[in-house]
Write a protein that binds this ligand. Structure first.
Ligand SMILES: Cc1cc2nc3c(=O)[nH]c(=O)nc-3n(C[C@H](O)[C@H](O)[C@H](O)COP(=O)(O)O)c2cc1C
Length: 189
């Protein structure tokens, strides 16, 4: 029994949440603080966070739907756009994790993305430990200029993911992974 390893395996993406039940602000802050304990090459700490609650989620939905409509991938049915517009309202809090590259000598962009990804996982695990449900949302339209502008992002910044946070409503589906040994090569000589 190892609490950390068990939590890593037990954390799940939860999409159905009680949108009317907001987590305490202290829990959201604990998630963000946990994110910032991720490692980064030369300690560039290449992340920042935008927390959306209440009406800000509705405004995000409007921007996401507009981005999806203008994605260039062809016409999008109205139903699909409405679904996208309403998505951020499905959880009480959305935290945008923004990859914000620092000025580390010999730090290449890939390393900044890796570090921000580690921050993302820290957030998810912290939430899980606090009894909160999370799901990460992205999609090609979420990297559009309109979404960047909504989050006040600079040219060099990238959206790592929008973390929906709340309390699970209903059963959480089981996890599924490829057996890890299929992903491992041991070199011994
Ligand atoms: C960077 C990133 C982006 C993701 N984007 C989406 C998304 O747009 N929509 C979605 O339903 N899930 C998204 N997910 C969640 C994954 O689909 C989910 O983690 C995966 O199905 C495994 O489920 P589990 O987290 O319960 O193990 C994303 C996850 C990551 C790490």
């Amino acid at each position: 029994m190892n609490e950390v390893i068990d939590a890593i395996g037990a954390r799940r993406t939860v999409k159905k949440m009680d949108a009317g039940r907001a987590p305490p602000r202290a829990d959201i802050e604990a998630m963000i603080e946990a994110a910032t304990w991720a490692p980064s090459h030369h300690m560039t700490e290449p992340w920042r966070f935008v927390v959306l609650e209440k009406d800000a989620r509705r405004r995000l939905g409007v921007v996401l739907a507009a981005a999806m409509a203008g994605d260039g991938a062809g016409p999008v049915p109205n139903e699909r756009l409405e679904k996208e517009r309403d998505k951020p309202l499905s959880s009480p809090v959305v935290i945008a994790l923004i990859g914000s590259p620092g000025k580390g000598e010999n730090v290449v962009p890939q390393e900044e993305t890796v570090a921000a990804g580690a921050a993302l996982q820290n957030m998810l695990l912290a939430a899980h430990s606090l009894g909160l449900a999370t799901s990460v949302r992205t999609g090609s339209h979420s990297y559009s200029a309109g979404v960047k502008s909504f989050f006040g992002m600079s040219e060099s910044e990238t959206l790592i993911g929008m973390v929906y946070v709340g309390y699970a409503s209903g059963a959480v589906p089981p996890g599924r992974r490829t057996p890890f040994r299929e992903k491992v090569t041991w070199l011994t000589d």
